[in-house]
Design a protein around this ligand. Structure first.
Ligand code: 5CA
Ligand code: ZN
Length: 403
């Protein structure tokens, strides 16, 4: 599919700082160590509703990863999927009397517009699952020794996956509870193990299906991301990302699939997860409907203020959105713009060094934002006689905020 348009990125002077990032599988912060080309896969939307602040929070985290790596001199190879056929999408289309393809296409187009407005660097490959059904089926075939059939559906047998459980570190009981909550079917009769997961779903009446060597049907969820990541990035890529709701089952199962297909472990060198954004005390989710849409916010407010709302929170934190955060972000944007427009301020080299330090330290965006606030206040207090263009570049290149 078409990706979205890229913001301009300029290079900054001086020494950058290598990126340290939290790895869920290691359960600690470690230094990333990419080759000349850093490879990142981020789990994309299921396009049945508009992009909300929670999604944007996740995509911002990985946008910052890409920005820091670029600043470190790496090329960044970034792949993202769109789950453009799945149960929730089909259900929403049915309930609202729309064609599921038209619904997905419309929401994906809105997502692109939202991402462009928020100055998110686009992936080189933006892949809809419906474009790669044959590749997914081929991967399921490759996993054959670890799979079994159940009424025409194909399941992955976790008993044969030696690393299963290592990404999340969750207990059996935790996995069981989450499986039921997040699209799994632990209670389906005939499964060898409740945590075995669906790789291929045989055609059901009224559901879309594709011809394949596995018979007519459609892919299960986790396998789509494994197939797309393998095809574009190869095993052992640098970062697999998404929100923390994907730790189990999505990334846990995907990691075992990748391992089984290639023999390589880990499938991704880092599994990195953004926190959950809530509204009115509950995780923002399309199924609950407690949503703050990016498209609605940016219609009434500067998209850079929306970006600053997100930057004010650490990516791993769970936080609740309240409208006063947008008012604070607008005040901050105004402060930064006035400071840059004043044309004179303190040396921005120090600001650049601090922002680099903060972002390289597991993406401490709030720390970077505080450093910029400090510089801007000093500039407006008449401290320093240096030109302000470097400060503007720091905001633009490292934080993605165009002033
Ligand atoms: N299509 C799958 C991934 S393959 C999916 O989870 N789609 S989604 O539309 O539900 O979510 C898209 C991305 O936003 C995922 O990375 C998910 O982890 C993240 N996300 C969803 N809800 C929230 C939330 N409330 N806060 C933060 N991130 C969220
Ligand atoms: Zn995914």
């Amino acid at each position: 599919m078409r990706s979205w348009s890229a913001p301009d990125i300029t290079r900054l002077p001086g020494e950058s700082v290598p990126l340290r990032l939290y790895d869920t599988a290691a359960r600690r912060v470690r230094q990333t160590d990419p080759g000349p080309t850093a490879r990142m896969y981020v789990c994309g939307i299921t396009p049945y509703d508009a992009t909300h602040l929670g999604h944007a929070n996740t995509y911002l985290a990985f946008d910052l990863v890409g920005r820091v790596w670029r600043d470190n001199g790496h090329e960044v190879h970034y792949t993202q999927n769109a789950t453009d056929v799945d149960d929730p999408l089909l259900e929403r289309a049915e309930q609202t009397g729309q064609d599921w393809r038209a619904l997905a296409e419309r929401e994906i187009e809105l997502f692109r517009t939202d991402m462009t407005a928020l100055r998110m660097i686009p992936p080189q490959e933006y892949v809809g699952v419906t474009e790669v059904i044959d590749r997914v089926a081929a991967l399921v075939e490759r996993l054959r020794p670890l799979t079994y059939d159940l009424d025409g559906d194909v399941y992955f047998s976790r008993a044969d996956a030696p690393k299963f459980g290592e990404v999340s570190g969750y207990s059996e009981a935790e996995m069981l509870a989450l499986s039921a909550e997040r699209g799994g079917d632990p209670d389906r009769p005939g499964k060898r193990d409740p945590l075995d997961w669906l790789l291929w779903r045989a055609e059901r009446p009224g559901e879309p299906a594709w011809d394949s060597s596995l018979g007519r049907g459609r892919p299960g969820w986790h396998i789509e991301c494994t197939a797309i990541a393998l095809d574009h990035l190869g095993a052992g890529f640098d970062v697999a990302g998404g929100g923390s709701d994907l730790i189990y089952p999505h990334h846990e199962c995907g990691a075992s699939e990748g391992h089984a297909a290639t023999g390589e472990w880990p499938f991704a060198r880092f599994y990195t997860h953004a926190g959950m954004v809530a509204l009115d005390g509950e995780k923002m989710s399309k199924s609950k409907g407690n949503l703050v849409f990016v498209s609605r916010l940016r219609a009434e407010h500067d998209p850079m203020a929306v970006r600053l709302v997100l930057l004010a929170h650490h990516y791993r934190a769970d936080w609740e959105y309240t409208p006063d955060q947008l008012a604070d972000a607008e005040a901050r944007l105004d402060l930064w713009r006035r400071a840059v427009a004043s044309g004179r301020g303190p040396h921005a080299e120090e600001l650049l060094a601090t922002v680099r330090q903060r972002l390289a330290d597991d993406l401490d965006a709030p720390g970077a934002v505080a450093a910029f606030d400090d510089w801007a206040r000093k500039a407006l207090d008449g401290e320093g006689e240096q030109p302000t263009d470097l400060a503007a570049k720091v905001a633009d290149t490292l934080l993605g905020v165009k002033l």
